[in-house]
Design a protein around this ligand. Sequence first.
Ligand SMILES: Cc1cc2nc3c(=O)[nH]c(=O)nc-3n(C[C@H](O)[C@H](O)[C@H](O)COP(=O)(O)O)c2cc1C
Length: 148
Amino acid sequence: MSNILILIGTESGNAQMVAEAIEPELAGAGHDVRVTDKAASAADFAGHDTLLFVCATHGSGDIPSNMFPLHEALGRDKPDLSSLRYGVIALGDMTYQDTFCGGGKQMDKRLAELGAQRIGERLEVDASTQPLPDEEAVTWVKDWVRLV
Ligand SMILES: Cc1cc2nc3c(=O)[nH]c(=O)nc-3n(C[C@H](O)[C@H](O)[C@H](O)COP(=O)(O)O)c2cc1C
């Protein structure tokens, strides 16, 4: 059993909806799961061995404002995250071609730079073709949870 922390980066609620949809899938597989939209530094990862980022993209490829401080703190503090595993669900819109899913991609890059091991491939959800990101995420997480 893993202790999974789902971290939400959202401006308008889609990532929150996705987190609420996948949480029961992970808990139902026997994992201990907590959800937060307030993590601000690596200290907030305490007690968890697995992180699952659900991160939207705003502005021009930017991390949502509630997750931006975490990205900044990790870049500044450079904690050793080699004992952690993580996954990324990136929400975006292909209409923004050049910055598609930039928020989730930036979080993914930062975690990898700090030594955390990604589990599986990143899910990238395109709002222009997939109006129900929670359904796509639930399908993805059923496979992802087998790798945890
Ligand atoms: C003002 C604005 C800017 C956006 N910029 C981007 C972007 O640069 N790249 C991208 O892939 N998606 C972009 N999006 C799409 C959002 O990431 C997408 O709609 C996502 O599902 C929103 O999730 P949220 O409701 O959790 O914030 C933008 C959306 C808005 C409203």
